[in-house]
Each structure stands twice: as structure tokens, then as C-alpha cells.
Design a protein. Structure first.
Length: 753
């Protein structure tokens, strides 16, 4: 281009041709622009139009020449910020070009060129804050590990030592029979280490420490989840059903052998037709007073016990839940110990066992079906802590109410709803450790002329993983709280603890499902390889949302508990009672629903823990009052309570979720208050802030609808979530290392140094 002022077009020509394709829109835009610039001679216009002829694209040499001229100008003028500024420099500051600045800027806009981004593409060397960001340790990892492990630190270290031994190398065989035997052998090793009997009384060989048992379950979950479930079925469900529902004679007869794995057993509750509805079980236990026995019978095919762990191969006995029938009167579901195999693994007479076969995951667990054909057991095999048959053959119970007796019986088994969410939590920790350590090493793209950047430096990647890391930490402390409540429980607290455990089981397992899906995607194709373990974590934990209670059903149980507490406080739930519940008891109801606070966006306010908890409490109380009011209205209109609950089921889930989110945040904040180490406290505070704000962001539609926040505030919250992710990123690797997962358990090549 001999005429220097025509060089102003070089950046535009290079950008539209650099992808080897000039679109019709780009052609017409440039053609119209060139024709409208009267300061360019006719000959000059012809020359310029020849450079945008769709049928005659520029050669590679021509593109390289344009690129070279642009690079040279930017090298000499590094502060240039727009394509137009580059054009002026190329045109030697020609006044004709300068006078048409508005036209050129409009051309940039019409071509969809973003000035600073386009300039970045030309820079030969780039030194950006994104590319320079990296991991660093701002706190002592070992101190945070100690905070996480707490009082169970010693037993956690012991379990990690055991599962790091060579005999715990992962089983890679696709033969289910081989895998099942390997898992059984692992359970034997754990039993020999006195880990299986940890919750049982010391007089029967146990450790008499339920808190340590839950810590064992969680720590084993860093290894193989089939092992965890097999372990939980044997020593938890089977053994603890005897401990919780039986009496001294059962403890003496069974517990020592259960704890040593001399007596493998099952927990036979679920039936083909009945899972969550335990009251509807159809297996019968008919009492025969003449010979002091019970006859256990499967009424029909759909009443068979299904999905029973330990049943298909190893189980010798089972705790069978069946309706007790005495003189043709149904006394409801009770529990009975029933032999299903002899010591040589031969199936007992009257017992039919099937194999559930391959599953989506947990194929090291031998799930099976069990049918009973008039199987006779002695009277002493009834687990009779809460109900029994006396010497006269009559039913008796220390609990007169059938309903209360039933729920008391099930309440003793609430431990499973603590073990499972803690196991799910460990799986989430494993997935996040793999994904975050990989994304700190994996490099993709980068500024023009600069090196590639760790993908964890990209804001969107941080958005995908770091809020989930914050939520996982939050759930950790909430589950510690639930465990402590259960360990130190009193009888009067049990309804609340049962609801809390049920809710946290749902909250934790749903979170794990979300975490592992995001981790798989965040690791790209590497996350799809079995060697990197996310597939096993995903597949094995899928069932966690279903067993020990379907999550949706459990959330309804939580909501009903909250409504029950509401009724206790406000009796008939009249309109004024509901209003008082919201506007007198919620701290933020009046003080923060004013125009100043609803749009308040200062950083100090957005990061304030009192604001966070107040917002969660307000949402919890408002949703609960709304559900109660709606239920009352439906019932007052003549609708049956059963139908009314069905109408508001979706709202019940909201009630439960709001309650659980408040509990999780509250316990995270309380845990942070107790931290003495300054650096650990600082990073935990940031994680807590991120958890709180990311949950508010998730629920921003509700807050906007209710008028608790205005759009300016929810936008500010979104920005603050982004900022917290950015600030936490340097510590992300240290935060997952604080989980202290053994390398032999993590095993994923992409996660290891």
C-alpha cells in the first residue's frame, strides 16, 4: 500500500481474513464503509476493494506481511488499546484518518471486533495477571487436616495406614465373583484390625465408640466404595440391628462373631413392592404358641426381599423385617434373626436366594433377593427390645402406641443415615482432589506469544470447582455436628436428630452427585478414563441418593418435622401466628427489608457472616410459614390432609432445603469460631463466605420475588462469588491436600505429583 493513509485498513483486512473465510456480512460492511469514505480517491477505493474480493483471498505471504506490520507498530507502541489506534499508527498519524475516528470505531463495532481483545491477539509477548497466577501455601496444611479430623484423628490415621498396605491394591478384574471375594477379604482384614466391631459394647469385643465407627466409614470411602458398603452392611446394618433392636441374649449370641466376621449377615428390609414405605412390608412372621416358634413367609413374588447386601454369596443370617401375626392379628413390622445359609455356605431349607447381578456400580457387593417359604425359627430369634411375645403367647411392648413403637424401632437405625452421607462426602473430596490437582497442572491456551496457562486460572473453571469445594467443606462440619448430636442424643431429641440425619443424608449425597459430575467434565477426556477413578466414584455413589431412604422421600420427612415444630410453637397456625413467626422471630424480617438494605452492595456487608445467616434464616422461616399457611388453607377448605400434603409436595422440598442450608451455614460458622490457628481461620472464613453467597446466588430468584433483595444486590453477590473464587484459587490445591487422602487410594495418575 503505497499511500500511507490506506495502511489504516491493514488491521481490519487481517482480522477479517485471518480465519481464511470472509463472510458476506463482513464483505458488505467493508464495501459500504470504503465507498462512504470520500477522503479516499476513486483509485484508492478500487485498491482497497480488491483486498476484500471474496473470490480472491490474500496469500499466506500477504497475511504474514500484514501481521508483521501490525506487530511492529504494537511493539513500538505497547499502550495501544484499540484497533483504531493501531490504524492511526500505521497511517503515520495521518490527519484524514484521525478526522474519521467515529467512522472507524463504528466499523469495529459493525465487524464485531472487540478492541482490547483483538490487540491481545497481536502481542508478541504477554505478561498477564491470569497467566502469572499460581498455587501457593498461605496456611499450614497439616494444621487444617488436624482441624478436619478433630477428636477422631487417631483412628483416621490408623485406617489410612491399613488401607495403604499392599494387600489393599485396587482390584481391576471385570469378573464380579473375583471382585466380590476381594472385597470380602478386605473386610476380614479390617475385622482383624478390630475396626468392624468399633461401635459394639466392649464386653462383646467391641470398641464402644460410635463416633470412631463413623470416622472409619468415612475414611474407608477414600478407598473402594464397594468395601465401604460391604463393611457397612456387615458391621453396621446387620450388627447394629442386633445391638439396637435386640436384647442381652442376642448380644451374647451374635455380636462377637458379627464383629470378627465369623458370622456374615444381611439387613433384609426392602421388598420388591416396598422400599421407603416400611409399614407396607408384606413378609409375615406368624407366631406358633404351641411350639414357641415363628414362621417367616414371603406372601408372593413381589414381597421378596430385594437388593439385600451380603445375600447373594456370603450372608449366613439376616435381620428380617416382617409383620408380626399372632392369632391372625397384625401387630405391625418387627425384626427377626433368620438363618439363610449354614457354615458351609449351603442355602437353608425354605430359603430361595437370587443374585441381583451387575449394577451401575458397587459390583463388589453381593446384592441379592431372598424368599422365605414357611421358614420356622425359634421364639428367641425375635429382636425384642421394643416388642415381644410373652409366656402366654400375647404381644407386649413397653411402648403402648403402635406408631411411636414403629418409629422408635426405625429411629435406632438412624446411624446408617449418618454413615452414608459421610461416605458420600469422602467421595466428593476424592473427586475434587483429582479435578483440582489436575487443573492446576493441566495447561491450555494463553495470551498470544505467551505460555499456556493452568486451566484452574480461568475464571469459569474456578466457578465450576471452587464453590463446590466450599460446599464440601461446609458439609464436612455440618456432618460432624449431626454425628455429635447423635452420639450425645437424649430420647427427647431423637425426632429432631432423625429428621436432621435424614435431611443431611439427602443434602450430602445430592451434593456428591453434582460434585462428581462437574469433576468428570472439568477433567475432560482424562476424567473419562477409568484409571483416573472418577467413573468409579460416580457410578458407586449414584445409589447413595436412593438407599437408606430415597432422598426426595427423606426431604419430605424433614419438612413434616419442621411443620410439626411449627405447630408446637403456634398451635392452630392462625394468620397472626404465621405473621409473628416470620416477622418477630426472623432477625432480618423488618430491619433488612427496607430499600437501603435490599440494595446494599458494600463489600463489608456482602461478606458479613451475620448478613449471611440472617438471609438464610429469613428464607427458612418464610418458606416454612408459607407452606404451613397453604396447608392450613387447603385443609380448612375440606381437602383431606393426605391430599393437601400431595398438593404442596414441591413446597415441602423447599422447606427442607432451606432448613438444611441454614444448618450447614450455621455449623460452618460455629466451627470457624473454634479455630485457633489464624491462617487456617482466614481461609476457612473465605470458604464459608463463598458457600453462603453461592447459595444466595442459587436462590436469587426467591430473594428477588420476596423483595428481600433488589437486582443491584444479587448482581453484586454474583461479582463477589467470582472474586472469592479468584482469591481462593491459590489455596485450592492446599485445601484438597488437607483432606490427606493417601496416594494409593487417590490412585488417579492425573492427580499425583
Amino acid at each position: 500500500m503505497e499511500n500511507s493513509k490506506l495502511k489504516a485498513f491493514i488491521p481490519f483486512f487481517y482480522l477479517v481474513w485471518s480465519d481464511d473465510l470472509l463472510s458476506q456480512k463482513e464483505f458488505f460492511t467493508l464495501q459500504e464503509f470504503i465507498g462512504s469514505q470520500h477522503w479516499i480517491s476513486e483509485k484508492g477505493q478500487e485498491f482497497l476493494l480488491s483486498k476484500v474480493a471474496i473470490s480472491v483471498p490474500p496469500s499466506r505471504a500477504q497475511l504474514a506481511e500484514w501481521k508483521g506490520e501490525i506487530d511492529t507498530v504494537i511493539h513500538h507502541h505497547p499502550l495501544l488499546k484499540s484497533i483504531f489506534e493501531v490504524s492511526i499508527a500505521l497511517a503515520d498519524n495521518d490527519s484524514a484518518v484521525k478526522d474519521h475516528a467515529a467512522d472507524f470505531l463504528q466499523l469495529e463495532n459493525d465487524l464485531g471486533i472487540l478492541g482490547e481483545e483483538a490487540i491481545g491477539n497481536f502481542k508478541i509477548r504477554s505478561n498477564t495477571f491470569t497467566s502469572n497466577y499460581q498455587s501457593e501455601d498461605t496456611f499450614e496444611i497439616e494444621k487444617l487436616t488436624q482441624i478436619l479430623d478433630g477428636k477422631q484423628s487417631e483412628i483416621i490415621k490408623k485406617v489410612k495406614t491399613v488401607i495403604s498396605r499392599p494387600e489393599f491394591a485396587y482390584e481391576n478384574s471385570t469378573d464380579t465373583a473375583v471382585y466380590r471375594e476381594k472385597v470380602y477379604d478386605w473386610c476380614k482384614i479390617l475385622a482383624d484390625e478390630n475396626l468392624g466391631n468399633m461401635a459394639y459394647p466392649k464386653q462383646y469385643g467391641g470398641g464402644e465408640n460410635i463416633a470412631d465407627y463413623f470416622a472409619i466409614m468415612e475414611t474407608l470411602s477414600y478407598h473402594d466404595l464397594s468395601l465401604v458398603i460391604k463393611f457397612g452392611v456387615q458391621f453396621g446394618l446387620w450388627g447394629m440391628s442386633i445391638q439396637s433392636l435386640g436384647t442381652e441374649k442376642h448380644y451374647r449370641k451374635y455380636l462377637k462373631d458379627v464383629g470378627s466376621l465369623q458370622l456374615p449377615g444381611c439387613f433384609a428390609m426392602t421388598e420388591t413392592n416396598h422400599g421407603s414405605n416400611v409399614k407396607g412390608l408384606e413378609t409375615t412372621a406368624t407366631y406358633n404358641h404351641n411350639n414357641q416358634t415363628f414362621t417367616i413367609h414371603t406372601a408372593h413374588e413381589k414381597a421378596q426381599k430385594e437388593y439385600i447386601g451380603n445375600a447373594a454369596v456370603h450372608g449366613q443370617m439376616a435381620t428380617v423385617f416382617a409383620k408380626l401375626i399372632i392369632d391372625e392379628i397384625d401387630y405391625g413390622v418387627n425384626a427377626f434373626v433368620v438363618p439363610i445359609r449354614d457354615t458351609n455356605s449351603k442355602i437353608m431349607k425354605g430359603i430361595t436366594i437370587g443374585d441381583c447381578g451387575l449394577k451401575m456400580g458397587l459390583n463388589g457387593v453381593d446384592n441379592g433377593t431372598i424368599r422365605f417359604e414357611n421358614v420356622v425359627i425359634p421364639k428367641e430369634n425375635m429382636l425384642d427390645r421394643f416388642a415381644s411375645v410373652n409366656e402366654e403367647g400375647k404381644f407386649e411392648s413397653p411402648i403402648p402406641s403402635d406408631n411411636r413403637r414403629f418409629f422408635t424401632m426405625l429411629g435406632t437405625l438412624v446411624g446408617g443415615r449418618i454413615g452414608i452421607p459421610r461416605s458420600a462426602l469422602a467421595a466428593a473430596k476424592s473427586g475434587l482432589t483429582i479435578a483440582i490437582q489436575y487443573s492446576d497442572k493441566r495447561r491450555q491456551f494463553g495470551p498470544e506469544g505467551g505460555s499456556e496457562v493452568p486451566i484452574l486460572n480461568y475464571r469459569m473453571h474456578q466457578r465450576r470447582l471452587i464453590p463446590l469445594l466450599a460446599k464440601t467443606y461446609a458439609i464436612h462440619f455440618a456432618l460432624q455436628y449431626v454425628t455429635n448430636r447423635y452420639v450425645d442424643r437424649t430420647e427427647s431429641e431423637m425426632p429432631e436428630i432423625e429428621a436432621l440425619a435424614a435431611g443431611m443424608k439427602a443434602y450430602s449425597t445430592w451434593s456428591t452427585t453434582d460434585v462428581l459430575q462437574e469433576c468428570r467434565e472439568a477433567c475432560g477426556g482424562k476424567g473419562y478414563l477409568s484409571e483416573n477413578r472418577i467413573d468409579a466414584l460416580k457410578n458407586d455413589t449414584e445409589i447413595y441418593t436412593t438407599f437408606e431412604g430415597d432422598n426426595t422421600v427423606l426431604m419430605q420427612l424433614v419438612a413434616k418435622n419442621r411443620l410439626s415444630e411449627f405447630r408446637k410453637a403456634f398451635g392452630e397456625m392462625d394468620a397472626m401466628g404465621i405473621i409473628n413467626y416470620v416477622f418477630e422471630n426472623a432477625k432480618t424480617a423488618i430491619s433488612e427489608k427496607n430499600p437501603i438494605v435490599t440494595r446494599k452492595t458494600e463489600e463489608s456487608h456482602l461478606l458479613d457472616d451475620e448478613f449471611h445467616l440472617s438471609a438464610f434464616e429469613y428464607r427458612e422461616k418464610t418458606i416454612l410459614a408459607s407452606a404451613a399457611k397453604r396447608l392450613k388453607k387447603l385443609i380448612d377448605s375440606g381437602i383431606e390432609p393426605y391430599d393437601a400434603f400431595n398438593v404442596v409436595q414441591h413446597q415441602m422440598i423447599d422447606v427442607a432445603e432451606a432448613y438444611l442450608e441454614r444448618i450447614v451455614l450455621e455449623q460452618f460458622q460455629k466451627a470457624i469460631e473454634a479455630i485457633k490457628d489464624k491462617k487456617s481461620k482466614e481461609i476457612m472464613t473465605q470458604l464459608c463466605q463463598l458457600y453462603a453467597l453461592s447459595q444466595m446466588e442459587k436462590n436469587k430468584g426467591w430473594y428477588l420475588e420476596d423483595g428481600y433483595m433488589e437486582a443491584a444486590k444479587t448482581k453484586a453477590i454474583r461479582k463477589m462469588v467470582n472474586q472469592l473464587c479468584w482469591e481462593i484459587r491459590p489455596d485450592a490445591v492446599s485445601l484438597v491436600k488437607a483432606f490427606d487422602i493417601p496416594d494409593s487410594c487417590l490412585a488417579a495418575p492425573i492427580a499425583l505429583d
